[in-house]
Design a protein around this ligand. Sequence first.
Ligand code: ASP
Length: 296
Amino acid sequence: MADRYALALHGGAGPKPGEDYSVTEAHLADLAKRGEEMLKTGISSLDVVEKMVAEMEISGLYVAGKGSAPNTAGQVELDASIMDGSTQNAGAVSAIRDVVSPITVARAVLSNSSCVMITGEGANSFAKEQGLEGIDNPSEYYVLPIGVSQEDIEQDDMMHGTVGAVALDIHGNLAAATSTGGVFGKPAGRVGDTPIIGIGTWADQKIALSCTGTGEYFIRAGGALTAANGYKLAGDTLEQALWRMLDEVERLGGDGGLIAVNEKGEIAMAFNSDGMKRAAVSSSSELVSTTFAPCR
Ligand code: ASP
């Protein structure tokens, strides 16, 4: 057993310049500290990324879980996915409604079903069967996250937010998890990159990644697996691999960011948007939590 570990979190690549995200940065720093403690005690990367994302979902600080907004049909539809790098088992839900923690449902898909993704009403039925917590009064539950106004959510300009976590545990295993309320003004049934394994989330024995940004562009750019293959097959450094995919997103006209850890415990974070709420810590690096500091 090595004592090497690494953890990176993101709270979305949609922050607005000029807005004060100090509360979010403090929340991410606190979460990263708690995640670090979990990793140090030998808890698996899969459990840690699920916990980190679940905490972000219930905080109401990000566009995921409690901080999500209704689609144009007036319903809040959520997407989430999680992947265990050691086995490449994965679970995802898309267009699920009114559950407290979409990532916990995705984890149950991974652990307790033979599927990788369950969508819509089927996802809600599955969550119920699994005894996972639903929201009884949606009109009172959801809140606007910091930096998001009522006008923002009424626009259909693909403004967005998401949360994600990637980790390497002391057993050498990688995992990734991502959860989102999607883009504002989305039509009913719209599904972005977040719940698609290989696009919004990926983990194998060498690399774990979580993406955030305008999902349509990430799907068209090949998403997380494009970066993973850059690292594994093309000899890219971790950072180069992230930019390989993100530059393609940009070429297509999209924006966003992604975080990654590799099997050596290196961490890379990249974004081409105005900022990306993020935090990272590892056995060889101090905790950082920031939003707008450039990463290239
Ligand atoms: N990728 C998410 C989506 O398109 C949004 C985001 O990451 O901000 O649904």
